[in-house]
Design a protein around this ligand. Structure first.
Ligand SMILES: *Cc1c(COP(=O)(O)O)cnc(C)c1O
Length: 381
């Protein structure tokens, strides 16, 4: 089955009792048993599994070319279950530019539990390999990154993690499986904030993990079941509905994203544009290799003069773009990472990796491109 069919039919079948074409929202916490320990069907308790969540999880596995999908109450709950595979004294090598909440979980929760983190530039594969020792259990990569749009070469990193028998997880939130399939490139775990492009309509908080390895899928399901970060049936339905148009939406996000990046790139007030589809992007070659069919809808940029003042005034003046956190919905959003999404990253760390006060991040939606460009034009003026 091709991807554009999988988004609609992957892992799906009509409901057995009524023939309902769409999966019913099974609002039930528990399921009847005929004899102690013998449930009527496949379900016992909805923290373990719920049919609406199963429908979503089967769709997730299908679109990422995995064997098992798991749906969580948020993207961070999904990440949390991966970290629960680790033990005291284990080490993790992660990218130095990560979603702020991922960094916060690693540095302020799991570091205190005795797990050691190395935050590095993942384009430096020699550095990556040099940090590996017998305690290293996980490599965590986000590509493209939030907000600096850095890329990591998934296939090359997978060669290293396979050689040393280390788990390799990729946060695929920005790219989506329409553009990039980490499991096919050798990663072990794909993570999503399904709040973003998979849900696609800014109406639900959800997360996902997808794996190819059956045993790894069991371990992650155990961590989820044992600690409870599962997605409810109504939210599962919303994400599943979102996935059905993922291919159409992302195609338009890519078209609009490219046009916005090109527009900003030639604008005299703009200093630098970060978009993996521009030939000037330092990781353009990696982008062409692993992002199939487009470069996404996320565009970041900085101002030539005024710095914080320019960024603030621009963000107060946009009208079609809404000033708000989050991304990946059908509507365009604008965000100031230093004061909003990445405020939890310490100021000196932000400066070190390049999240400056004049950095603005756009989630380019699927509106008419003329209206988006006109809005940017009036706000930049
Ligand atoms: C939003 C986001 C997360 C966290 O997901 P939640 O659903 O907000 O918990 C993780 N990674 C990336 C890249 C994100 O954009």
């Amino acid at each position: 089955m091709k991807f554009n069919t999988k988004t609609i039919h992957g892992g799906q079948h009509y409901e057995k009792v009524t023939g309902a074409v769409m999966p019913p929202v099974f609002l039930t916490s528990t399921y009847a048993q005929v004899s102690p320990g013998q449930p009527v069907g496949d379900y016992e308790y909805s923290r373990a599994a719920n049919p609406t969540r199963t429908a979503l999880e089967d769709a997730l596995a299908s679109i990422e070319n995995g064997t098992r999908g798991l749906a969580f109450s948020s993207g961070l709950a999904a990440t949390d279950s991966v970290l629960k595979l680790l033990k005291l004294g284990n080490e993790v090598i992660a990218m130095d530019d990560l979603y702020g909440g991922t960094y916060r979980m690693f540095a302020r929760i799991y570091q205190d539990f005795g797990i050691k983190f190395h935050f590095i530039d993942m384009t430096d594969l020699v550095k990556l390999e040099s940090l590996i020792n017998e305690n290293t259990k996980l490599v965590w990569v986000e590509t493209p990154t939030n907000p600096l749009m850095k890329l990591a070469d998934i296939a090359e990193i997978a060669k290293i993690t396979k050689k040393h028998n280390i788990l390799f997880a990729v946060d695929n939130t920005f790219a989506t499986p329409y553009l990039q399939k980490p499991l096919d490139l050798g990663a072990d775990i794909v993570m999503h904030s399904a709040t973003k492009y998979l849900g696609g309509h800014s109406d639900v908080i959800a997360g996902a993990l997808i794996v190819k390895d059956v045993e790894l899928g069991e371990k992650l399901h155990f961590a989820q079941f044992a600690t409870g970060g599962t997605l409810g049936p109504l939210d599962s339905f919303l994400v599943l509905r979102g996935i059905k148009t993922l291919h159409l939406r992302v195609q338009r996000h890519c078209e609009n994203g490219m046009k916005v990046a090109e527009y900003l790139n030639q604008h005299p007030a703009i200093e630098r544009v970060y978009y993996p589809g521009l030939a000037s992007h330092p990781h353009f070659e990696i982008a062409k290799k692993q992002m199939i069919g487009g470069f996404g809808g996320m565009v970041t940029f900085t101002f030539k003069t005024g710095k914080l003042e320019s960024a603030k005034s621009f963000l107060e003046k946009v009208k079609v773009f809404t000033l708000a956190e989050s991304l990946g919905g059908v509507e365009s959003l604008a965000n100031h990472p230093a004061l909003m999404t990445h405020a939890s990253v310490p100021a000196e760390k932000r400066a070190e990796i390049g999240i400056t006060d004049d950095l603005v991040r756009l989630s380019v939606g699927i509106e008419d491109i003329d209206d988006l460009l006109a809005d940017l034009e009036q706000a930049l003026k």
